[in-house]
Design a protein around this ligand. Structure first.
Ligand SMILES: Cc1cc2nc3c(=O)[nH]c(=O)nc-3n(C[C@H](O)[C@H](O)[C@H](O)COP(=O)(O)O)c2cc1C
Length: 386
């Protein structure tokens, strides 16, 4: 029998060294998602660190802070979450903003902190600092396309200097015991697709997993994710898991990415803003249950309320500003009438938020359009700005 793409990948990635293994029906604890149609669905691990699922939250600067991670975890099915990218140098100097970005609590696990800098020593020192402060995973950003990050030699710019990138990764791995992962793009542009070669080098250096966004830096967020590109990274490594990333907004997208690329796991960013239940849907899919469910109106409203409530615990009044941009992503999925979504983008107090929520409760489902406002307003996503 010719092994399917996934079987081949699972065999390579599920070897006795135990970097990443699938579970079978016998050993799976009750309630754990099943392997389905040749795709492993149960718990897995990165560098010996157990994770409840293979579906991860991709970092989204400005969005994936503690409150969002917690409310998404509460909907179920999430494997690993990663913080927004944190500047290594600013973290080391104790900048309040950086410390806010790495804020966590016991319900926010498993978590990796993503760091970036063009300065190798600062990345190494920040990884060590994180380990010393109890963080259990460090992710190095090599994918950020923003000019202010790449201009300092960080983010995707590191992919243009393979020797420097390898040295930075090797020294970081050597400095800490926690698993170090790398998130990168396919390369700087279509002419320099360095990701497969770098992935191979990083594996040799001891990296525990690679997340690959299937676009180049040049592409920004334009066009479609390149699944062949992701596949070339999967094929380049011997045993570490590759986490595919880009444009996954449905269960079917995630399954197709795994089938067509052979990646062992999937990271979902914008798809989680558009559908906060996407991880639970994937869990249901693996368990052979209905994944196309519509959360009850009350569950949808509770989600909205809970997100703001968690944000308030950390940021108090400032939450009014921070929360606004979520409205454009949530409106369509949460059945929020357009005029109330508009008010959610402008509210200035907790009392006003609560008044809007009670109006949503009364008028839930009156929304006319089904296309999320965020997709209309930001079609290509950020390069110069997020
Ligand atoms: C608003 C926004 C912020 C992002 N911030 C980060 C970040 O901090 N670190 C990172 O590695 N990638 C970041 N990304 C890239 C995403 O993690 C992801 O690679 C990309 O959005 C493609 O995946 P998706 O289609 O599932 O969103 C960001 C993307 C967006 C749209």
């Amino acid at each position: 029998m010719i092994p399917s793409v996934e079987t081949a990948n699972a065999e390579r990635h599920g070897d006795p060294r135990g970097v990443c293994h699938s579970t079978n029906g016998q050993s799976r604890p009750p309630g754990m998602p099943a392997d389905r149609e040749g795709l492993a669905g149960g718990p897995w691990e990165i560098g010996g660190r157990p994770l409840p699922s293979r579906y991860c939250l991709a970092p989204l600067a400005g969005y994936t802070h503690l409150a969002f991670r917690r409310v998404i975890r509460e909907t179920g099915g999430l494997g690993l979450a990663t913080t927004d990218l944190v500047h290594a140098t600013l973290l080391l100097s104790g900048k309040r903003k950086s410390l806010e970005l790495i804020a966590t609590d016991p319900a926010d696990t498993p978590l990796s902190v993503q760091i970036y800098s063009g300065n190798r020593e600062h990345v190494v020192a920040a990884a060590k600092w994180l380990e010393d402060h109890g963080y259990l995973g460090v992710d190095i950003n090599m994918g950020c396309p923003m000019a202010k990050v790449t201009g300092q030699g960080g983010g995707a710019r590191l992919m243009c200097d393979p020797d420097g990138a390898c040295r930075l990764v090797a020294e970081t791995v050597a400095a800490v015991k926690v698993p170090v992962t790398v998130k990168m793009r396919l390369g700087w542009d279509a002419q320099t697709l360095t990701a497969p070669a770098l992935a191979r080098e990083f594996e040799q250096a001891g990296v525990a997993a690679i997340t690959i966004h299937g676009r180049t830096r040049q592409q920004g967020f334009r066009g479609q994710v390149n699944l062949d590109g992701i596949r070339s990274v999967v094929e380049a490594v011997e045993r570490i898991p590759v986490i595919g990333n880009g444009d996954v907004v449905t269960v079917e997208d995630a399954i197709a990415m795994r089938r067509l690329t052979g990646c062992g796991a999937v990271a979902i960013g914008r798809g989680a803003l558009l559908d906060p239940w996407i991880f639970r849907r994937l869990e249901q899919w693996h368990a052979g249950l209905e994944h196309d469910f519509v959360p009850s109106a009350e569950e949808q409203i509770r989600f909205l309320d809970r997100h703001l409530g968690l944000m308030w615990e950390q940021h108090e009044e400032y939450s009014c500003l921070m929360f606004r941009k979520f409205a454009a992503w949530y409106g369509a999925k949460l059945g929020i009438p357009e005029d109330l979504e508009d008010r959610l983008r402008r509210f200035t107090s907790r009392g006003e938020f609560e008044a809007i929520v009670s109006e949503i409760r009364q008028r839930h489902g009156e929304r006319q359009g089904s296309v999320p406002t965020a997709l209309i307003k930001v079609p290509n996503g950020p390069v110069e700005h997020w």
